[in-house]
Every structure is written in C-alpha cells, then in structure tokens.
Design a binder for this molecule. Structure first.
Ligand code: TYD
Length: 199
C-alpha cells in the first residue's frame, strides 16, 4: 500500500471536521494528494438518516449499520485512494464504533472486533488523532443533538473514557490532542504532531 491512512476521532463537538479540513488544506499545500472522507456516510449515503434520525435501534443493529457503511467505505473509497498513493483523512472510523457502541452502549469489544476484521479487511489507520475534550464541554458545543448526541452526559463520559483506553492500548498509533483550545492552536498541535511523517 502506497498511501497514508489517518483518522480523526473524538466526541461530537470536538472539532474533528474543522481540523480534518484544515489538515487536508495544509497537506495539499505541500503538494500531497489528499482524499478527505468521513463516517458515517462515506460508503453508503442513506445510512446516516437511518442511524441518526431513527427513534429506536438496538445497539447491535446500530453497529451493523455503521459496519455496512464502513465495508463500502473501505472497499470503494479508502483502499483505492491509498493504492493511488494518497493520504486518506477519515473523519471517524472503527474507533468510533469501539468507543460509542462498545464503551458507550456496552457491546462486547471482542464481538465488535471480530466483525470488524471482515468489514475493514484488517485495514488499520497508520495514525489516529484523538481530539480529546471533557464530556461537559462536548455537550455544551452540540446545539442540535441527533439520536446519539442526545444520549446525555453519562454516555459521553463512557465514550470519552473508551477513547482514552483505546489510545493507551496503542500509544504508537494514537496522538492525543487537547481539543479544548482555540481552533488555530489545535491545528498547530496537529501539524507539529505529523511533521515527522511528511515526505
Ligand atoms: P458525526 O461525526 O457527529 O457526524 P456529523 O458531525 O456530520 O453529525 O457522527 C455522527 C454520530 O455517529 C456521532 O454521534 C458518532 C456516531 N458514530 C457512532 O456511534 N459509531 C460509529 O461507528 C460512527 C462512525 C459514528
């Protein structure tokens, strides 16, 4: 595989989408080919509405819908772009499921990982930026909550704790960035964190 696979993770309101865009612009300015993409919806467009607007959905169905989107995303978007030598920047990927459906909803991590092996074809990010934010601050930043964002503080606390445990388990893959700072400072921290990876 020729490209580089980078993911952004974090609670809703952590500024992932803004930082993904800024990072893509920065890399493009250096002449690097970038494919900016996101989950949910990067593979199957219709899945977002099912997941975020529906009223009741079992955690298992929720995970399998995210996974259906991810299976398409990996095969049709991420792998082809990596094959072309691009940097793929994905706003959320498998760690979102581990944090939200695993730690947040309480599904077993071993089942999630077993399914994920086939879904992702074993594709792991080279680097994951975790935009870390206290759950209270994350909730304050969410103005029009969707189904998951409406879960409240305890849910957000479990998800954040999950992300931190995932990062602790794989320190070589994760870079934790304090996302409670102004956008420009977070962007600068990200740029300095990836400097060593640039060609
Ligand atoms: P989000 O990145 O917030 O999309 P947007 O900013 O466009 O609304 O993602 C939507 C929600 O989906 C978010 O609350 C996190 C959740 N999510 C999961 O619970 N599991 C997953 O595997 C993914 C990809 C997202």
């Amino acid at each position: 595989m020729k490209g580089f696979f980078l993911t952004l993770e974090g609670l809703d309101g952590s500024g992932k989408t803004t930082q993904a865009r800024l990072l893509a612009q920065f890399l493009e300015g250096k002449g690097i080919g970038v494919r900016l993409t996101h989950e949910p919806g990067g593979g199957l467009k219709g899945v977002r509405d099912l997941l975020l607007k529906g009223k009741t959905l079992s955690p298992e169905a929720e995970y399998l819908l995210f996974s259906a989107d991810r299976a398409e995303h990996v095969r049709k978007v991420i792998l082809p772009a990596l094959e072309e030598g691009h940097w793929v920047i994905s706003d959320r990927y498998l760690d979102s499921s581990l944090a939200y459906q695993g730690y947040g909803r309480g599904l077993s991590l071993s089942w999630l990982l077993e399914v994920a092996k086939e879904v992702t074809l074993g594709l792991k990010p080279h680097l994951t930026l975790l935009l870390d934010l206290p759950p209270e601050e994350a909730l304050r930043r969410v103005t029009a909550p969707d189904r998951l964002e409406g879960e409240g503080l305890d849910f957000f606390r479990r998800v954040r704790q999950g992300y931190l445990e995932l990062a602790q388990a794989e320190p070589e893959r994760f870079l934790i960035v304090d996302a409670a700072r102004p956008v420009e400072e977070v962007g600068a921290a990200i740029r300095s964190g990836i400097q060593r990876l640039l060609p």
